[in-house]
Design a protein around this ligand. Structure first.
Ligand SMILES: Cc1cc2nc3c(=O)[nH]c(=O)nc-3n(C[C@H](O)[C@H](O)[C@H](O)COP(=O)(O)OP(=O)(O)OC[C@H]3O[C@@H](n4cnc5c(N)ncnc54)[C@H](O)[C@@H]3O)c2cc1C
Ligand SMILES: *[C@@H]1O[C@H](CO)[C@@H](O)[C@H](O)[C@H]1NC(C)=O
Ligand SMILES: *[C@@H]1O[C@H](CO)[C@@H](O)[C@H](O)[C@H]1NC(C)=O
Ligand SMILES: *[C@@H]1O[C@H](CO)[C@@H](O)[C@H](O)[C@H]1NC(C)=O
Ligand SMILES: *[C@@H]1O[C@H](CO)[C@@H](O)[C@H](O)[C@H]1NC(C)=O
Ligand SMILES: *[C@@H]1O[C@H](CO)[C@@H](O)[C@H](O)[C@H]1NC(C)=O
Ligand SMILES: *[C@@H]1O[C@H](CO)[C@@H](O)[C@H](O)[C@H]1NC(C)=O
Ligand SMILES: CC(=O)N[C@H]1CO[C@H](CO)[C@@H](O)[C@@H]1O
Length: 604
């Protein structure tokens, strides 16, 4: 979507501090028995790696399929987030099955395949979910510990709010009492103004429908309205779970992290103590294909627990490869069923992304810089030398959330939002042509207002296609398959048309870009525009859904143990039964912080 010139010059890597504890090849591993084995060194996995090794007597092995993030400069540059995937060395390169709700289109479905997981390749938007999202999780799981009253204390452990790169006065741009200042992951407000910022802010004064929101992090504070983006970056550099939680624990002798170590399956280690349960304390993994010398598989065993943190795709895939899933489906791919659970891999839910493009006046959007190798090089140099300017900042400065009108027929018979304060859709303003998968035109200046469905009701699935762990699973999110989902996306397009009609845009916006958007004037034509262009904003959850201990459905219990098993938990985005109203990395971080406390408590 951005100019290819961007990718060439950043190959000249800068040296970053090395993580002494990281082994690059499974063959370097010295021991095969640990207290805990964490499958996946991603967002949640590295939170656990840090917290569990706070006790120096505890040993932890992290097995990460992907590469190390060391020396991959692009990952550190906030503005380059959108260039890191899809189809790169740090991506799993998945695609979705042809989507009936999207005119049969299939498209990229990125997932980080690198230390830090998706937190190393994401777009750095940072929020916590709404209090209603967490209270709904508490209510579904029957565990009051998931409610926001309890969860908000983890904000302090997790977040380290730091000044913006331009050092401007941030009074009125966030609410300090909602944030942590001594945690692990750096978070900051925008530090490089865009041409459109004053117009976005003026719109919040001109249109009552889009009020200013002083803090966009969620939690106790309403998400509704437009405010300043908070990014997981500090000092102009991305803060991932690897550069924060792992970097801070990497010298602990109890921690071993191995990259290029894809886990192929979990191995049953006998019957569990509770009747009818199966213990899974061994993990089979292999050297990556890139290192033929280490080919073959190894098996490591946990004294206490195996924790799956391989993400919404990876954890669902590994559970099925290990015989935990729907018996008939497992049989059809020649996997021996050990624990019957037909919800494994089902209930996939995700936020959709629609890039609404506008042609704009002048040449002060970022498009001209991105088309010019010289201007891009200069912006990169400024980042490399001073960690300031365009590349040190996110691609977005302002965004916000909205609800459908309370009398909308879409809310009958039930409102799928987590509660009356939680949004139905999101709007993201950016000073550039942003259109995943579709290259920018050679001329023109653009603004993009992305709209996102915040409380989708469509449900899909992730199912293995064979018993070969290197085969990508079948990923079918089943996007826009309900009347609520398509209807709300249609309303989001109407909302941004009202937004752009504010006086603030009069001398700036020329008009919609692209024939389909220009023609989208009735509900029917907006529907065909939405179905023709929408993709994903990369927030899949639900394939190992949490439910109450007594529930007949669901994959994990409220303490994240896998139903019907012993010695096995899942800790990652897959356990959310509903996708939080916000971008999902913050909710995953908080979930993992509490999971670490639960695991420590259970193994005292
Ligand atoms: C392109 C993109 C942009 C995004 N933008 C944002 C954003 O701006 N803001 C936001 O809040 N969220 C964003 N997200 C979503 C957010 O990053 C994820 O919800 C979150 O990071 C998921 O955390 P996780 O721990 O569940 O999985 P991950 O962080 O993906 O970690 C899973 C890890 O497990 C590893 N793994 C998988 N299978 C195996 C295996 N078989 N063996 C060993 N290791 C394995 C993976 O390589 C990975 O490292 C984005 C995601 C993507 C992909
Ligand atoms: C993804 O595609 C890139 C580019 O083709 C490639 O280098 C990488 O190895 C692929 N990753 C996987 C997991 O296949
Ligand atoms: C949330 O849980 C705490 C205990 O962890 C309890 O005191 C509080 O009342 C609960 N709040 C809600 C809204 O359920
Ligand atoms: C992370 O490590 C640094 C350096 O050891 C230390 O100063 C800092 O307090 C640590 N941060 C946290 C939150 O533990
Ligand atoms: C950038 O915009 C913010 C918000 O409007 C403002 O506080 C800040 O002073 C601006 N910085 C510059 C250099 O204009
Ligand atoms: C924008 O236009 C001005 C005046 O024509 C020109 O000097 C400048 O280089 C242009 N900037 C870009 C980014 O194209
Ligand atoms: C970095 O900052 C210094 C001091 O402000 C300035 O002189 C220099 O030009 C900057 N470098 C780049 C590449 O912008
Ligand atoms: C845990 C969970 O939410 N399971 C549900 C998944 O979806 C199916 C079909 O909608 C339900 O029957 C399950 O209860």
């Amino acid at each position: 979507m951005f100019s290819p010139t961007l990718l060439s010059f950043v190959l000249a890597s800068l040296i970053t501090p090395s993580l002494t504890a990281t082994l690059n090849q499974p063959s370097q591993i010295k021991a095969l028995t640990y207290d805990y084995i964490i499958v996946g060194g991603g967002t949640a996995g590295l939170v656990l790696a840090n917290r569990l090794t706070e006790d120096p007597t505890v040993t932890v092995l992290v097995l990460e399929a992907g590469v190390s993030d060391q020396g991959l400069t692009n990952l550190q540059v906030p503005f380059l987030g959108p260039t890191l995937t899809p189809n790169t060395i740090v991506d799993w390169n998945y695609t979705v099955t042809p989507q009936p709700g999207m005119n049969g289109r299939s498209f990229a479905y990125p997932r980080g395949r690198v230390l830090g997981g998706s937190s190393s390749v994401n777009y750095l938007f940072h929020q916590f979910g709404t209090d209603e999202d967490w209270n709904r999780l508490a209510s579904i799981s029957g565990d009051i510990g998931w409610n926001w009253t309890n969860m908000k204390k983890y904000v302090q452990k997790h977040e380290k709010f730091v000044p913006p790169i331009d050092g401007h006065n941030t009074a009125g741009q966030f609410i300090p009492s909602l944030h942590g200042f001594n945690g692990e992951v750096s978070v900051s407000l925008p530090g490089n103004n865009q041409t459109i910022d004053p117009r976005v802010l003026a719109t919040t004064k001109q249109l009552a429908e889009f009020p200013f929101n002083q803090d966009t992090s969620g939690g106790d504070h309403s998400l509704l309205g437009i405010g300043f983006l908070q990014s997981s970056a500090g000092g102009g550099v991305r803060s991932s779970s690897s550069t924060s939680y792992l970097a801070n624990a990497s010298n602990r002798p109890g921690l071993t992290v191995v990259v290029n170590a894809p886990v192929t399956k979990l191995l049953s280690t006998g019957n569990g103590k509770a009747k009818g349960t199966v213990a899974f304390r061994s993990v089979e993994f292999r050297a990556s294909p890139a290192t033929p010398a280490g080919a073959g598989t190894l098996t490591a065993t946990a004294r206490k627990e195996v924790i799956l943190s391989a993400g919404t795709v990876g954890s669902a895939q590994i559970l099925q490869l290990s015989g935990i899933g729907d018996p008939a489906r497992l049989k059809s791919v020649n996997v021996n069923s050990l624990v019957a659970n037909s919800d494994v891999g089902e209930n996939l839910s995700d936020h959709t992304l629609l890039p609404n493009l506008f042609s704009v006046q002048g040449n002060l959007s970022f498009d001209g810089v991105l088309r010019s190798a010289d201007l891009s090089q200069a912006a990169f140099e400024q980042w490399a030398q001073n960690k300031t300017g365009m590349f040190a900042n996110n691609i977005v400065n302002n965004y916000g959330f909205a609800r459908l009108p309370s009398n909308s027929p879409l809310l009958k018979p039930t409102d799928p939002a987590a509660g009356p304060k939680s949004p139905h859709f999101e709007m993201i303003t950016s000073n550039v042509y942003f259109n995943p998968g579709i290259p920018m035109p050679p001329t023109g200046s653009f603004m993009t207002i992305v709209t996102v469905l915040s409380c989708p009701t469509s449900r899909g699935s992730i199912r293995i296609k064979s018993n070969n762990p290197t085969d990508a699973p079948q990923i079918n999110p089943n996007y826009l398959s309900t009347a609520f989902d398509i209807g709300t996306m249609i309303e989001s397009v109407k909302a941004i048309k009202r937004f752009i009609a504010a006086p603030a845009w009069k001398d700036y916006v020329i008009g919609p870009f692209g024939d389909a958007f220009a023609a989208a004037t009735s509900d029917a034509s907006i529907e065909s525009y939405v179905r023709g262009l929408t993709t994903t904003i990369f927030h899949p959850v639900g394939t190992a859904s949490m439910s109450s201990k007594a529930a007949k459905n669901g994959v994990v219990n409220p303490d994240l143990t896998v139903k019907g098993t012993e010695g096995l938990r899942v800790v990652d985005a897959s356990v959310f039964p509903f996708v939080p109203s916000t971008h999902t990395q913050g909710p995953v971080y908080l979930l993992a912080e509490r999971a670490a406390d639960i695991i420590k408590q259970a193994n005292q």
